[in-house]
Each structure stands twice: as C-alpha cells, then as structure tokens.
Design a protein around this ligand. Structure first.
Ligand code: GLN
Length: 242
C-alpha cells in the first residue's frame, strides 16, 4: 500500500461483471474505509492498460466469450502478472478464477491460455452444469469462518501442487472434479467458484485481502450484524430440506 491510500483495481467490468461482481469492490472499499483507510478505486475497462501499482485486484465472472476476450487482453497487457510479481493481491471469481490458471476451454471449444498466476487447469465438465448453493470449510491457514456462496459454472478446475484449495465443500461442487475442493490460492492470489458478490456473504475474505495489503495480522473490529444475518439466512436456506 502507498503511504496515503489503498488502491483497489476492478479489472474489466465491461467483460467480467455478469453476476453483480461490483458488490465485491463495494465491500472491500467499505470495509477498508471503516478501518480509517483512504481508498482509491480504479475501474479498468478491457481497452485500457492494467495499472501495475494497485494493491488489490478484483476480477469477476462472465460468460464464455467475454471470458476468452478478457484472457487474451490480460495476457497481451501483462500488467496483472507484473503487479502480482510486485506483491499485489488478486481475488478472482469464476471466469476470473479460470483465467488465473494455466488454461481453460473457451466458447469455441478450444484451449485458451490463462495468466498462470495459479497452478490450476480448467476444462469443460462432462456432467451437468454446477449450479446451486455452496458451503465450504475454509483452508485452516486462512482462518476464515465457513464460506457460503452460490456457484454457476460448466468448467471444472484441477489443482496442481502449487496451490492449496480455498475450501472443502460441505454442500455443492466447488472445483467440480469430485475431490471436494473449492477454489485455489497461493501467497496473494485467490480464486473461487463462489460467484457474484461473494464478499458480501463472506466479509472476512475482504478483510483478509486488506490485511495482506497492509501486512498486518488483524484489523479493528466492525459491526457485522447485517453481514452475519445474511450469512445465517443463506446457510439456513442452503441446508433446509427440499
Ligand atoms: N464460463 C465459465 C464456466 O461456465 C465461467 C462462468 C462464470 O463465470 N459463472 O465455467
């Protein structure tokens, strides 16, 4: 972080913002401001260069064609990889998560290269599209409460040795390979199939991103009554018998 402000970069809202992904930007901004931080938000469209000076980069989900275009432009640009080399933090959702990996299968049925920021490879699942609620026990190292979210993806993602799963699912598919894992992370790069404004349901992930950017272990507490009410409502709805 610079001396004065936390720089939050929303990557390609014109291509990767199909599921209310702006919510993640708003949650990070709000929780940082609640801790007295000055926040500078940069929305970077796909015809603009990715700044390398950001602290936290948020990348959303998208349909198959915009996902292919986004991956091509990010690769050509190179800014996100340089930012991560400099220690930037990335939180990528669904299509964004697949783009962070080595490769994924695109809308033309061909392999598209990803950015290689996560040691994962995505392919097209043979089974039905993964759609529905997800509950998952987060990786111990992250010290997060149970994750709650909603997934909607055809792609499935295989994890390599260079990443750890973000969570193990209690409900839902997650990475969709049948191994019970959901998402992937390493160092400062995080990917998840919990789509849309997942940080509104898991504000502790937003705090984790802020803590990493400040290089601190804790943040001042906030009043999380409404976040917690939403979490509990979604957990109850997800686990209630059909
Ligand atoms: N197009 C990708 C898939 O279906 C990602 C979808 C999404 O972002 N929800 O796997």
């Amino acid at each position: 972080m610079s001396d004065t402000s936390l720089r939050v970069v929303w990557v390609y809202p014109d291509l990767l913002s199909t599921y209310g992904d702006q919510g993640n930007v708003l949650v990070v901004e709000r929780r940082a401001r609640q801790r007295g931080l000055d926040v500078q938000r940069l929305d970077v469209r796909s015809d603009q260069p990715i700044p390398t000076s950001g602290d936290i980069y948020l990348i959303g989900g998208g349909e198959d064609r915009p996902q292919r275009l986004a991956a091509e432009r990010l690769l050509r640009d190179g800014g996100l990889n340089r930012a991560v080399d400099n220690g930037a933090i990335v939180f990528a959702v669904c299509a964004g998560y697949q783009i962070m990996g080595h490769e994924f299968v695109n809308d033309l049925g061909e392999r598209s290269a990803g950015l290689g920021l996560l040691d994962v490879v995505s392919s097209r699942g043979e089974a039905e599209r993964c759609v529905g609620d997800v509950l998952g026990e987060a990786d111990d190292q992250l010290r997060l409460p149970e994750l709650t979210g909603f997934e909607n993806h055809q792609g499935i993602t295989h994890l390599g040795p260079g990443v750890r799963p973000l969570a193990r699912v209690r409900l839902g598919n997650g990475n969709g390979t049948g191994d019970g894992t959901e998402g992937a992370w390493r160092d400062t790069v995080f990917g998840t199939y919990l789509h849309g404004p997942v940080l509104a349901r898991n504000p502790q992930i937003a705090d984790l991103l802020i803590k990493l950017s400040l290089d601190v272990n804790a943040l001042p507490p906030t009043d999380d009554t409404w976040y917690e009410a939403l979490r509990q409502e979604r957990i109850a709805a997800a686990t209630q018998p059909a």
